[in-house]
Ligand binder design. Structure first.
Ligand code: FAD
Length: 598
């Protein structure tokens, strides 16, 4: 039976028939790899995800982590699955050989992780966070920090966290107040509270490596005065063994709507519960230079945000496959044109309205997967493409697409989860079926790693205007190249290309109109609508790419790709027309609304 987590057939299509990732092995970094190794890790990921992660997805949701004032406890299956995961070595997929990694392309690593996110996003979050943490230390840490902290994480023995948010500072990280006092020996002592920290405490790994944003006293106010520190739960001796308990403790757990298997904590640094070296204060080590902490975080943001989009996609995808199976099995009613009460009831997939909901899900989740894999390949291109010019072009396009790669799947794959519930009718609203949990789990994705509204400000306020509009020009150029191929192919592809051309022209015109008056407040007031409209245009582009990759190929799989493309162009892309009209009118309704009028 085919998997209900992801479609391997679709992954193979996207990776090999569209993105042609096997050609990456021509680059020196990936020379040891080829289709054989890529397939082997994808097979392994699918198997371990099915056997070790999926079976306890519900149990981890029903029995959320507990805290008795001393210890955080989770159901034992979480640790068993993570130990099995560590044994596969998959956590090391994208890392360099010299830190114990497999040096696989990011696009393949992303596809392997997606299996775990589809199977059990709560358990999958521990390695996911650890990968982000290790990447940040690799990029900005000292060789000693890399040797001490990164290797055990790549081996899956220690897990990592990202400690940015504070109770009073979420979106506005420039307002964090955790302070880091220097000690004469090069170390620091940290004092403050960090809110919402995923994986903040547990006994799933031997040690926990916190990456913490804090201010060194006397630093400038705002973003320019924030530094990054590595703060281990247990201090590490010179020989790598674990030493004293550091002064970082759980103040409480957050009880969440979904993602419950990932323990979420309020952490206190330096409250004096532990006194390493005989004094209170969490021992921390500065990463890179002082006051560059937020810049370092932003450096890693592209990959982390594309990863969040990947998680949203995986949850949407599994919900789609489960509702598809349900629609084929559940019988209800008869065709509208033949109401013979003695005729057997038909499977609900026979009803056009159910097919509408399935097609919408297919268009969202397969479109989102294309977007995520495309962006992951841009990460590879930005690091390993042959020429400097190609690397820079890939980086610019990735930068521009990142807010969309984070937000579009978070919005539309959540909508896919809602449709999956709808297809299950009343059963979908119960905890006996999986789809309600997928919806609750996915509801996080428009919130963390920069909310939907913050991504919108990033796209319209920074990305499309940066370097004199170079980001938008690069995106339009990439889309234009696809349209050129569609025109060359003629027929239906050319018609789709013409529709896309008109939409891209509107993106350009609307962007100019928004920024024309030079009124920042007005331009950004409706940024979320802009993000959503441009997101739809981008995914329409990637559907045309898939349509072209399927050209001349027979079989139901390719027919499905063609029909989903038609759906996207007839039902989804036209939604952008009224959105662009609204934006172009420089509407002030939200801007002029007053607090007192609510
Ligand atoms: C389950 C979960 C896990 C998390 N894990 C981590 C983690 O591991 N590490 C970590 O550091 N953080 C983590 N976070 C924190 C997360 O990143 C923040 O919740 C998020 O950045 C939003 O911050 P906030 O909750 O304080 O909301 P706020 O910033 O208060 O935002 C509230 C609302 O106001 C809007 N808003 C805020 N500022 C603006 C603005 N300037 N313009 C327009 N709209 C605005 C937002 O879009 C949002 O809709 C996690 C959060 C959750 C819920």
């Amino acid at each position: 039976m085919s998997s209900l987590l992801l479609s391997r057939r679709d992954l193979d299509f996207l990776l090999y028939e569209w993105l042609e990732v096997e050609h990456l092995s021509k680059r020196a970094r990936f020379a040891d790899h080829g289709r054989e190794t890529f397939d082997a890790v994808l097979d392994l990921a699918a198997r371990v995800a099915e056997e070790q992660f999926a079976p306890h997805n519900k149990a981890a949701d029903e029995h959320e982590p507990t805290f008795d004032g001393e210890r955080v406890s989770l159901i034992p299956e979480v640790k068993q699955a993570l130990d099995a995961f560590a044994q596969t070595g998959l956590l090391a997929a994208g890392f360099d050989y010299d830190v114990g990694g497999m040096q696989l392309p990011q696009v393949v690593a992303m596809a392997t992780l997606a299996w775990f996110q589809a199977a059990n996003v709560g358990t999958g979050a521990y390695p996911f966070l650890t990968i982000g943490n290790a990447n940040l230390l690799l990029a900005h840490g000292s060789p000693e920090q890399v040797a001490t902290f990164v290797r055990p994480m790549v081996e899956g023995r220690w897990f990592g966290t990202m400690c940015l948010s504070e109770p009073q500072a979420g979106s506005s990280l420039s307002d964090i107040t955790t302070r880091a006092e220097p000690r004469g020996d090069g170390s620091y002592r940290l004092f403050g509270n960090k809110m919402w920290i995923s994986g903040g405490d547990h006994e799933l790994s031997e040690n926990i490596v916190h990456l913490v944003l804090a201010r060194i006293p006397g630093s400038p106010p705002g973003v320019k005065g924030i530094s990054l520190f590595v703060v281990p739960k247990y201090l590490v001796e010179a020989d790598g063994s674990l030493g004293e308990r550091n002064d970082v403790v759980v103040a409480g757990l957050n009880h969440k709507m979904g993602y419950r298997g990932t323990v979420n904590t309020l952490l206190n640094f330096g409250e004096g519960r532990h006194t390493p070296g005989g004094e209170p204060g969490a021992v921390g080590y500065l990463v890179g230079e002082p006051n560059r902490g937020l810049a370092f975080m932003f450096h890693m943001m592209n990959e982390a945000r594309v990863g969040v989009g990947g998680g949203a996609t995986a949850l949407g995808y599994t919900g789609y496959l489960k509702s598809l199976r349900y629609a084929r099995e559940r019988t209800q009613g008869r065709p509208v044109s033949g109401k013979d009460p003695l005729a057997p009831m038909v499977p609900i997939v026979e009803h056009a309205d159910v097919r509408r909901m399935l097609l919408a899900q297919k268009a969202y989740v397969e479109g989102a997967l294309a977007l995520i894999l495309y962006c992951a390949k841009l990460v590879d291109d930005s690091k390993t493409a042959e020429t400097q010019q190609e690397r820079e072009a890939a980086h610019l396009l990735l930068d521009t697409l990142t807010p969309i790669a984070k937000s579009w799947p978070s919005q539309w794959c959540l909508e896919a989860n809602s449709l999956a519930i709808q297809i299950h009718g009343g059963y979908g609203y119960t905890r006996e079926y999986d789809v309600e949990q997928h919806y609750r789990d996915n509801r996080l994705n428009p919130i963390h790693e920069g909310t939907h509204g913050i991504q919108a400000l990033d796209l319209l306020g920074r990305k499309v205007v940066m370097h004199g509009g170079a980001g938008l020009a690069r995106l339009s150029g990439a889309i234009g190249e696809t349209i050129g191929r569609a025109r060359g192919a003629g027929g239906e592809a050319a018609e789709l290309g013409a529709a896309l051309q008109a939409a891209v022209e509107r993106v350009g015109a609307v962007t100019m109109a928004l920024w024309g008056p030079g009124d920042v407040d007005l331009a950004l007031a409706n940024a979320s609508v802009y993000l959503e409209a441009v997101g739809h245009v981008v995914v329409a582009w990637l559907w045309l790419e898939q349509f072209l990759a399927a050209a001349g190929k027979d079989g139901e799989f390719y027919d499905g790709k063609r029909q989903a493309t038609r759906y996207f162009y007839r039902w989804e892309l036209p939604k952008t027309g009224p959105q662009f009209d609204l934006l172009e009118s420089l509407d002030r309704t939200t801007l002029d609304m007053r607090d007192a009028w609510f």
